[in-house]
Design a protein around this ligand. Structure first.
Ligand code: HAM
Length: 423
């Protein structure tokens, strides 16, 4: 029978690399939790219209990349291509916007876009995202950016930079789009491109074709149309980022791939990832809540691509820290039952413990201990059991010391907390 394979272009993580994935994800989440963001756990599928209305009909995401299907009740359902529209739907549905503002939430999970797969671009990929809804203030813009920056720094990443821009408020947009449309009207465009531009002229800045890029070189730049208020907000964002020591550059021509953005928008770009260099991005969205049937409140957030952050960590040679690994690996020699009982006891004390299963020769079992990456190992044979003393081996140094079985848990806990202090 032919072997099954995962569908084309999905990312998946199996041991050992899955440990690395888990470490990256939890570090990104930790930064959000540190700043008071709380978990929001939402369905991976929603009504299709939520995305067509929320993300925007002119975007590649909606036009070409959605996994849309009819469910058994004849409803049009779409696998979520991004997280913000769903969060907004839930905030409105559960009246979270009637309580304390801003609503600060984080999420983590799988997202789906039918893109052409390549390194760092997948059809199922993973994001950690945050949204702060109900406050329009440069302070929260900077907080959101700082959460991402702090997460990347906590992972030890260095070869990334932050690009920011302001897409202005709704009035800025109106004035700017008027001029941009007139500019585009004069361009020699094919029918499809013209249709796309009529839905959202900003999309032409996103076009990969060199002839279109060239034509757009001389197009008016949004930054020159910012209202006084938008300009002042943007200045505040920049000066606060500087005070926090978060380096950035202003990219006047940044176009985000989703339509809901207004005001501050940003992208984190990693220099070692080739074409798919965006490790995270986000921005403010003034009109989204109203667009989805809620009140008129603004919000800001980001999505960080866990897959790409992981690739970036690997490219920079960042290793999973010691304390993420196993504490102890037990090699039983004919003492399966007792070994499992000891392992369970240690586990219930909060230690991470694994053991060799099956009747294996000592050599093979020691290899498994090495491979497990555990900090310590011990062999448990009949002699150790009868003498109540084991030889606890520190795997890095290869040094061993004798420990009584009854003091094993306390000794290990002490040793490991000392390791933590020194690492
Ligand atoms: P986005 O820029 O479309 O924004 O995606 C955020 C991040 O997800 C990207 O920077 C990238 O790292 C990752 N990503 C996107 N598509 C793929 C893919 N096909 N394969 C692998 N990684 C990918 C959003 O999704 C917005 N919802 C972010 C946001 C939240 N804006 C405001 N709030």
């Amino acid at each position: 029978m032919a072997k099954f394979q995962a569908p084309k272009g999905v990312s998946e993580y199996v041991p050992d690399r899955s440990n690395y994935f888990e470490y990256v994800r939890s570090t990104l989440i930790e930064s959000a939790r540190n700043s008071g963001y709380q978990l929001i756990e939402l369905p991976v599928f929603e009504d299709t219209e939520l995305f067509t209305r929320g993300v925007g009909e002119s975007t590649d995401v909606v036009r070409k990349e959605m996994y849309t299907f009819e469910d058994r009740g004849g409803r049009s359902i779409t696998l979520r291509p991004e997280g913000t529209a769903g969060v907004m739907r839930a905030v409105i549905e559960h009246n979270l916007d009637r309580g304390q503002l801003p609503v600060k939430v984080f999420y983590s999970g799988a997202f789906f876009r039918a893109e052409r797969p390549q390194a760092g671009r997948y059809r199922q990929f993973y994001q950690v995202g945050i949204e702060a809804i109900g406050l329009s203030d440069p302070l929260i813009d900077v907080e959101v950016i700082a959460v991402a920056d702090r997460a990347f720094k906590a992972l030890g990443l260095r070869k990334y930079h932050l690009e920011i821009t302001s897409l202005g408020d709704l009035l800025t947009r109106e004035n700017y789009l008027k001029d941009l449309r007139s500019y585009i009207e004069e361009l020699p465009l094919d029918e499809e491109t013209r249709t796309r531009a009529s839905l959202n002229p900003l999309r032409l800045f996103d076009d990969k074709r060199s002839e279109i890029r060239e034509l757009m070189q001389k197009a008016p730049v949004l930054m020159n149309y910012l209202t006084e208020e938008s300009r002042a907000d943007f200045e505040s964002v920049k000066s606060l980022l500087k005070r926090l020591g978060i380096a950035f550059s202003v990219n006047e021509r940044m176009v985000r791939g989703l339509d809901y953005y207004t005001g501050t928008a940003f992208e984190f770009v990693h220099s070692e990832l080739g074409a798919q260099s965006g490790i995270g991005g986000g921005g403010r969205y003034d009109g989204l809540m109203e667009q989805l049937g809620g009140q008129n409140l603004s919000g800001i957030g980001f999505g960080l691509g866990i897959d790409r952050v992981l690739l970036a960590c690997e490219a920079e040679g960042i290793a999973v820290p010691e304390n993420e690994k196993l504490d102890l690996y037990i090699v039983p020699l004919g003492t399966g039952d007792e070994s499992l009982i000891i392992a369970e006891e240690l586990r219930s004390r909060g230690l991470r413990v694994d053991l060799a299963f099956g009747e294996r020769a000592l050599k093979g079992a020691m290899k498994a201990a090495d491979k497990s990456g555990a900090k310590y190992s011990l062999v448990l044979g009949a002699d150790e059991l009868s003498s109540d003393v084991v030889s606890l081996k520190e795997m890095n140094s290869g040094e061993s010391e004798s420990v009584t079985l009854s003091s094993l848990a306390t000794t290990l806990i002490e040793k490991i907390s000392n390791l933590g202090e020194h690492s």
